[in-house]
Design a protein around this ligand. Sequence first.
Ligand code: RP5
Length: 166
Amino acid sequence: MSDPIPPSAPLIGVIMGSRSDWETMRHAAEVLERLGIPHETRVVSAHRTPDRLFEYAKAARGRGLRVIIAGAGGAAHLPGMAAAMTPLPVLGVPVESHALKGMDSLLSIAQMPGGIPVGTLAIGRAGATNAGLLAAAILALSDPELAGRLDAWRAAQTEGVAETPA
Ligand code: RP5
């Protein structure tokens, strides 16, 4: 029998193909931090560390993770390969690439074959932020306290929008 999952164990795994993705992916982690959601961050490359990816994705559900947020750029196979190896919902963040401005990342992540879904977000910072919020919304379906915190976050955002441009 597997060990019981401690209450503070991470619920969200934020993974990325390279340390160079952190500047984008930190925005997902910051949202989770602000909403008080236990999470972990890892560099897991589909191409450079395929064994690490296999081990991470295969173990994810058993370790208590509920959602994986995966960011990658260029030939961005990380979210799709993670989704192929875990039944958890996988949210993909296309990181903006130098050569093609993230269009390559976006198409690599969005164009999954039917049967293995990846929820694809926008390119770059907005996508990472929204991946954090979407992961929070998924968890909030079964966590009323988190739902309250998410409602408060959205209300504060609404409050913060000025009525005039200058
Ligand atoms: C991808 O290649 C990573 O996700 C990253 O966006 C891109 C470039 O990686 P580095 O060469 O900066 O490590 O695998």
